[in-house]
Write a protein that binds this ligand. Structure first.
Ligand SMILES: C[S@@+](CC[C@H](N)C(=O)[O-])C[C@H]1O[C@@H](n2cnc3c(N)ncnc32)[C@H](O)[C@@H]1O
Length: 207
């Protein structure tokens, strides 16, 4: 009798691989709270006015819910079913209106082209294959209305490999300047302890 062929491991950046990470337990990227940089942004004296916002690679939705709580009409996208389930549960529990999409974000166009005043990014750019970064810049720009803004927390760690694949402020500037005006790109001052000195806060306006 021949031994059964083991099922192949999912490619590490595929939806099944991300789903497996969620099913295996507490994902190490999940802060269990909104990113501190987003908390600072929306509790400032001059927060951006609420509008339609898309959260890319939203995970369990802590950032998405934070923006929804502050009046933004949030669409949260993630291709991992467990992440979307957790996000929906939290939204229902907190009685917050929020649209969730279990989709590959690279398949959102042309359906959602130009629909959003904001795109929200937190450890999503670092989660995709670095070869897809040019396509990601175009995706974000094309989801936004003209003058729409990307509100981003970039993971600028210096370790090799990934995910999370690190980036630098210089790379963010060089890639995004093709489609965006960079209004702010600066180190995050109040990161959680494990990410001190490894995050940049960016506010970028689509041209
Ligand atoms: C590092 S996690 C960050 C999740 C969330 N932003 C957070 O900070 O907790 C990256 C997320 O992006 C999702 N993701 C990666 N590639 C994606 C794609 N092409 N389309 C949709 N979601 C994707 C993964 O399922 C995962 O939930």
């Amino acid at each position: 009798m021949t031994a059964p062929t083991p099922s192949p491991l999912p490619s590490p950046l595929s939806a099944p691989a991300w789903e497996q990470r969620y099913q295996q337990g507490t994902p190490r990227w999940d802060l269990g709270q909104p990113a501190p940089a987003f908390q600072t942004l929306l509790t400032a004296t001059d927060p951006p006015p609420p509008g339609p916002a898309i959260v890319l690679g939203a995970g369990r939705g802590h950032d998405a819910l934070w923006f929804a709580r502050h009046g933004f009409a949030v669409t949260a996208v993630d291709f991992a079913p467990s992440a979307i389930e957790a996000l929906k549960e939290q939204a229902q529990g907190q009685n917050l209106p929020l649209r969730s999409l279990q989709r590959d974000m690279f398949d959102l166009l042309p359906e959602y082209a130009g629909q959003f005043a904001y795109a929200i990014e937190h450890t999503c750019f670092c989660a995709i294959d670095p070869d897809l970064r040019p396509a990601y810049v175009d995706l974000v720009a094309d989801l936004l209305r003209p003058d729409g803004e990307l509100l981003a927390v970039f993971f600028t760690h210096k370790r090799s490999g990934g995910p999370p694949f690190g980036t630098t402020a210089a790379e963010v500037r060089q890639r995004f300047k093709l489609r965006f005006d960079i209004l702010t790109l600066e180190p995050v001052a109040n990161s959680v302890a494990a990410r001190q000195g490894e995050e940049h806060w960016g506010r970028l306006r689509r041209r």
